[in-house]
Design a protein around this ligand. Structure first.
Ligand code: SER
Length: 340
């Protein structure tokens, strides 16, 4: 008898947990051929089924390979609201991952375009979400902070006065996303991504790209010229943890979220000499020199060294799996296969 009551209680707890979760059924990934979008789309397809995840792309960046063949895709240009509306209605979308953006270095040379994609585009995404009842994830970044922000253990709620156009668009993204939640009840949620390190699709024009490029040079047997100065600390994260963060947050019980746009998340913080030393442990002949790029260095100097991610841990159970050593082992293994 006791055993039966016990089993019923366990079943009720599991059911309650399931009902409290946000359930994504039909998902659209905008920017599905980009660095994060390409892996996020495949991970979501693994978890939710191939037909349930639409890869949104723009002309000139069409999906290829498994991304193209494993599930549906649609043109979704954030600057063209009609294209979003068409994809959302055609596929009955209830959750949108909006991964369209220009990264920090490119945004400095194309500020108008960065605003057009980051903010005018976001407005289109949020309007379509409001009209069709979709939840929306639009990432923010460590780039949303500036030189006046406390650099070490950067709090969740603190000064955000970035000096880059990328940062300006990211702070605006956070504000506009919160506005749509408070005013219209659109279920917007996001994290502040650090530099993301991955081995499938290369990043395009960020300040943290050196931490990806260094692995390609090491595995190819080339010398690496680092554009970021020794001693420059920045938060970084391995792609599997970044994907887990985006998906876990969107599945989280909304009652537990005190914050929404956007959560600090952290996994590791290092300077160029530390990642170099870690790679050298596994590839002893690897060599690195410095040729500091003033634009990238200026941006890096204005960003925090290390975020405090307590709120993400407490409100939705954030917990990274990879540290620098585990990531380095995996990156080298994957790139050896890829570049063979
Ligand atoms: N990886 C981004 C950049 O360097 C930061 O979020 O621009």
């Amino acid at each position: 008898m006791f055993a039966e009551i016990f089993l019923v209680c366990i079943f009720a707890a599991i059911l309650e947990n399931h009902l409290n979760k946000h359930v994504m059924k039909k998902i659209l990934v905008i920017g599905a051929t980009g660095q994060i979008g390409s892996e996020l789309t495949m991970e979501l397809r693994k978890r939710y089924g191939n037909e349930s995840v639409v890869a949104g792309y723009i002309h000139g960046a069409e999906p290829t390979g498994e991304l193209k063949t494993s599930g549906p895709s649609a043109i979704t240009d954030v600057t063209d609201r009609q294209s979003l509306e068409t994809a959302v209605t055609q596929y009955g979308i209830d959750t949108i991952y909006n991964m369209a953006a220009l990264l920090s270095v490119v945004a400095e040379s194309k500020p108008t375009l960065a605003w057009k994609i980051g903010i005018d585009g976001l407005w289109n995404v949020l309007e379509v979400a409001r009209l069709h009842g979709c939840a929306v994830f639009t990432p923010s970044s460590i780039g949303s902070f500036g030189p006046e922000t406390p650099a070490v253990e950067t709090p969740q709620d603190t000064v955000q006065r970035p000096r880059t156009m990328y940062g300006v668009t990211k702070v605006t993204t956070e504000l506009l996303s919160d506005y749509y939640y408070n005013k219209y009840g659109v279920d917007t949620r996001a994290v502040r991504f650090p530099g993301i390190i991955s081995n499938v699709t290369p990043p395009g024009g960020g300040t943290t790209d050196y931490a990806v490029d260094i692995y390609y040079s090491a595995v190819k047997g080339e010398k690496f010229v680092c554009p970021i100065a020794e001693g420059t600390l920045m938060d970084m994260m391995y792609m599997p943890d970044a994907l887990e963060a985006a998906i876990t947050l969107m599945e989280a019980d909304p009652k537990k979220l005190k914050h929404r746009n956007a959560f600090n998340i952290a996994a590791m913080s290092f300077a160029p000499e530390t990642i170099y030393a870690e790679i050298k442990k596994q590839i002893p002949e690897f060599e690195m020199t410095y040729d500091v790029d003033p634009l990238k260095q200026g941006i890096a100097n204005s960003w925090p060294d290390k975020l405090d991610d307590t709120c993400a841990r407490e409100e939705w159970g954030w917990k990274p799996r990879y540290d620098l050593q585990a990531m380095t082992t995996d990156m080298i293994e994957k790139l050896r296969l890829k570049l063979k």
